[in-house]
Design a binder for this molecule. Sequence first.
Ligand code: MF3
Ligand code: CO
Ligand code: CO
Length: 260
Amino acid sequence: MAIDIKGPAEIDAMRETSLLAAATLRMASTHIKAGMSTERLDQLCKEYILDHKAIPAPLNYRGFPKSICTSINEVVCHGIPSSSDVLKDGDIVNVDVTTILNGFHGDTSRTFYVGDPDATARHVTEVARTSLDLGIQAVKPGGRIRDIGAAIEDYAHAEGFSVVRDYCGHGIGREFHTDPQIAHYRFRGPNPRFRPGMTFTIEPMVNVGTWRVQLMDDGWTVKTVDRKLSAQFEHTILVSETGVEVLTDWARLEGSRYDC
Ligand code: MF3
Ligand code: CO
Ligand code: CO
């Protein structure tokens, strides 16, 4: 397994595309409300990304038909935006944005509340949010890739939830998905050391019931087999000399060209 180590110019490009992905997701979040379709969210993100001289990475990626993924409630990931998917009060919806700017990918997602979700929906969403934070905190000089999944699994299980095994974080750069594979659970397999200049995503999917998932007939939409709720958060991160830079952190938008 060859893991790409990025140099200063590539790191700057990763910072730029990741910032745009974060800005797009933040923009989208301000529009989310009951009654709106996921198709509308897709249009808003597509226009925003194109307006910033970038390309929405999902569009035509292995035949994916839209510019973002929108995954509602029991949809784990890769939901296809549609005019027939109308958000309703109590839903949770993950919006996953990936940009290509100057040839580099930035990938980030969050799960949002539509109106007033019930306690279980809020709990799984907050556990997914904290799982991402704990995964990021597990990235330390001298540490190894499997530390991420160990931290996330221990926490999610303690909260009574399961962690999806079939979809992982991934190396990212000029390619959308590359080595290393970042599992969000304890797994046996490659366990490379963190090296400064590595860029990858952490994107845990946390389920209320079983971790088992099912691919729908559209070839993309992934649901929990028990149709219980699933929530996900994703950041693109850079391993630095001293720790980690969260390239898609919304805090980085303050004082940037995307400040509003
Ligand atoms: N953004 C997703 C990820 O986090 C990948 C979406 S691929 C698509 O890796 F084709 F479904 F858009
Ligand atoms: Co990703
Ligand atoms: Co993503």
